[in-house]
Write a protein that binds this ligand. Structure first.
Ligand SMILES: Nc1ncnc2c1ncn2[C@@H]1O[C@H](COP(=O)(O)OP(=O)(O)OP(=O)(O)O)[C@@H](O)[C@H]1O
Length: 278
């Protein structure tokens, strides 16, 4: 269990308050290096708020968020969002698609590599002489083509991103995030709105990222078939608190999880658990 033996991210006693509302309440969990970790829970459980704290969109009211990169450790709760992406290498996608709809598919993947290109062009001596830039540009195009191939969109490289089918746009967003070489990729409901064929393409892509790259994946997902198929580790939230944490098989059998999802009263639980387990 890598989340215990080799944690990439440790969330410790995270609290997020909005006025009098406690959206995340003393939450602790680990994300294992190279794992696919899912955060699940009923509507309003606090999943997106946790993501917003990890990726710097919210400053937590309390607690610690520690990422252990190679030789470096980052305290995300103290870092601005842009540094979390650029320095700690934690990137994300959103519930609603945020591609540059008017740019081509390829351009969307090149913009994601803006930082290395900028460094190579204006911010170094070789770049000023025009020596480093072409090499950096070639490397950026190679990387974009690599991810285009992974998402089966090579033939659509020059099409405007907004013209792609919904499922293709979802996978392009993930490819764009991967072009920044994240150590942790946070995906907010990547399977939402996908048909079964698109959903299968998504799970292939995510399993491929786990197998062929060092990137760990943390996802929020309502589609339980996707969660159970691809996750190494599942964390279940309800009312801002963790109610279960384990392998998919462990959480599937957990009485508190069943109760939270079905909205069952305590006294009805044994009967429901017997029914679900049968
Ligand atoms: N910016 C905000 N200001 C005030 N309350 C908020 C804010 N963001 C979230 N909340 C509240 O915090 C709680 C948790 O919301 P959150 O969106 O994190 O849940 P969720 O588990 O992601 O839900 P869903 O599955 O519906 O997306 C909810 O009660 C929500 O209304």
């Amino acid at each position: 269990m890598r989340w215990l033996n080799d944690p990439l991210l440790s969330v410790e006693h995270l609290v997020m308050r909005f006025g009098g509302l406690v959206a995340v309440d003393d939450l602790s969990f680990n994300v294992g290096r190279s794992d696919i970790t899912a955060v699940i829970g009923p509507n309003g459980a606090g999943k997106t708020t946790v993501f917003n704290c990890i990726t710097g969109f919210y400053r937590p009211s309390g607690g610690a968020l520690t990422v252990r990169g190679g030789a470096q450790t980052f305290a995300l709760e103290k870092m601005p969002g842009h540094a979390i992406a650029a320095k700690a290498k934690v990137t994300r996608t959103f519930q609603n698609i945020r591609l540059f709809a008017g740019m081509t598919v390829l351009e969307n993947l090149l913009v994601a590599q803006h930082n290395p290109l900028m460094r190579a062009s204006g911010m170094s001596f070789l770049g000023l002489l025009g020596i480093a830039y072409p090499a950096a540009e070639r490397a950026a195009i190679d990387k974009a083509r690599h991810w285009l191939d992974k998402i089966n969109l090579t033939s659509r490289a020059d099409v405007a991103a907004g013209e792609l089918a919904y499922g293709d746009q979802r996978r392009l967003e993930i490819a764009r995030a991967m072009c920044a070489d994240p150590i942790l990729l946070c995906l907010d409901e990547p399977a939402a709105g996908l048909n079964p064929r698109e959903s299968a393409a998504l799970t292939d892509l995510l399993l491929g990222i786990r197998e062929t790259t060092p990137t760990s994946i943390l996802l929020i997902e309502h589609d339980m078939s996707v969660v159970m198929e691809i996750s190494d580790h599942v964390i279940v939230l309800d009312y801002g608190r963790k109610i279960a944490d384990g392998t998919p098989a462990q959480v599937r059998r957990d009485e508190r999880v069943i109760a939270a999802y079905l909205g069952v009263e305590d006294q009805e639980l044994p009967a429901v658990v017997a029914e679900v387990g049968s």
